[in-house]
Design a protein around this ligand. Structure first.
Ligand SMILES: Cc1cc2nc3c(=O)[nH]c(=O)nc-3n(C[C@H](O)[C@H](O)[C@H](O)COP(=O)(O)OP(=O)(O)OC[C@H]3O[C@@H](n4cnc5c(N)ncnc54)[C@H](O)[C@@H]3O)c2cc1C
Length: 323
């Protein structure tokens, strides 16, 4: 059952920001993650501030520079089905379309998707873990088969979103509105590692909300795609995934990014693999070297060593499909 809280439906974006900055306030977009967290006591809220009706946060349109603006309330279904996104930013269309189930994609928004809380079963369960203010991470000596193999430090969550790795691969930015004004931040700097702060997953300060996501114009010769491996064929989070957005010239890779999902507390940029790819043709030898560069720094836990091979496989398939 849901606990008791005040529910506010602000009349404007300014009011939403002001009410969202209050002690014990949380934002409510589609509610597909938030309401489950409140029901299960993952965290509590005195006030739930609804933003799902605010027109300023809606819409998908081209920007003057040839990029795209995606309002934070755009649903995952709208993004997956948008013709311009499918054509120019395929990786994002595939990421949004591979998240959750059709019903959840109809209700879940991109703002909520990148701000959803982690799915670690200790964090979501009755465990007072580090991320909830406790003194230990239960995954270290526990059931850690779904935890991270990169970027863990005291806490070993994986970042759950399928759109976030695509946005980082595309070099997207988020426009954030809060009590002290507006700031525009690269998505790459939006997510927080446990070593930086073990209690939160994003840089958002109290009262700040994501208003829109801004995509740069697609680079000349851009090809992009997303693949994820899940434990079952139907809707599920990624055990491992790869978002690639690479530009090509004269048959060689000349720029772009490769970002892993399901294996780190943030969308994990495979920087060493990107270096292997640049200035090379995307042939079998380059792909083999990029795959090995992806896993060189992996630090598997006792029960998730299988993820190293999953990364190898999913990165090889992703790159081959772009070749
Ligand atoms: C069964 C199930 C399976 C799922 N599988 C997947 C999957 O495979 N891949 C995947 O990516 N996701 C998956 N999800 C997550 C789902 O996609 C998210 O719940 C959804 O995208 C969240 O959007 P929402 O609008 O409902 O967010 P809400 O539930 O309203 O909010 C989620 C969080 O973000 C905050 N928030 C919401 N909007 C904003 C904003 N604009 N600015 C700042 N903070 C905000 C809220 O305060 C809350 O903490 C799954 C969820 C479920 C329940």
């Amino acid at each position: 059952m849901l606990p008791q809280f005040d529910y506010i439906r602000p009349g404007s974006l300014d009011e939403a920001v002001a009410r969202g900055a209050g002690d014990g306030a949380v934002l409510h977009s589609g509610g597909t993650d938030l309401l489950g967290c409140l029901r299960d006591g993952v965290f509590t809220a005195d006030t739930v501030v609804a933003i799902g009706h605010l027109a300023e946060l809606r819409g998908i349109e081209e920007t003057r520079d040839g990029g795209l603006r995606i309002g934070a309330l755009s649903t995952l279904s709208e993004i997956a089905a948008h013709p311009l996104i499918a054509e120019r930013y395929t990786v994002l269309s595939l990421g949004a379309g591979s998240a959750a189930s059709p019903q959840l994609r109809n209700q879940g928004t991109i703002g909520g998707n990148i701000c959803q809380r982690p799915r670690c079963w200790y964090f979501r369960g009755d465990f007072h873990c580090l991320r909830k203010g406790g003194s230990m991470c239960y995954a270290v000596a526990g059931a850690n088969q779904y935890h991270c193999i990169f970027g863990g430090d005291r806490c070993y969550i994986v970042h759950p979103s399928d759109t976030a790795p695509a946005l980082v691969a595309l070099g997207a930015r988020a426009r954030i509105i809060g009590p002290s004004g507006t700031r525009v931040v690269p998505l790459e700097s939006f997510f927080v590692l446990p070593a930086q702060n073990v209690r939160r997953e994003t840089i958002l300060e109290p009262g700040e909300l994501v208003a829109e996501v801004l995509l740069p114009p697609p680079g000349v010769g851009l090809r992009s795609t997303y693949r994820k491996v899940r434990a079952r064929g139907a809707w599920d989070f990624a055990l491992a995934g790869a978002a690639a957005a690479l530009t090509f010239s004269d048959g060689r890779v000349n720029g772009g990014r490769l970002v892993l999902s399901g294996v780190a507390p943030i969308p994990w940029r495979a920087a060493e693999a990107e270096r292997v790819l640049i200035d090379n043709p995307l042939d079998a030898e380059t792909i083999r070297r990029a795959v090995e560069a992806c896993v060189a720094d992996a630090r598997p836990m006792p029960h998730n060593g299988y993820k190293v091979d999953l990364v190898r496989g999913v990165v090889a398939e992703t790159l081959r499909s772009l070749a």
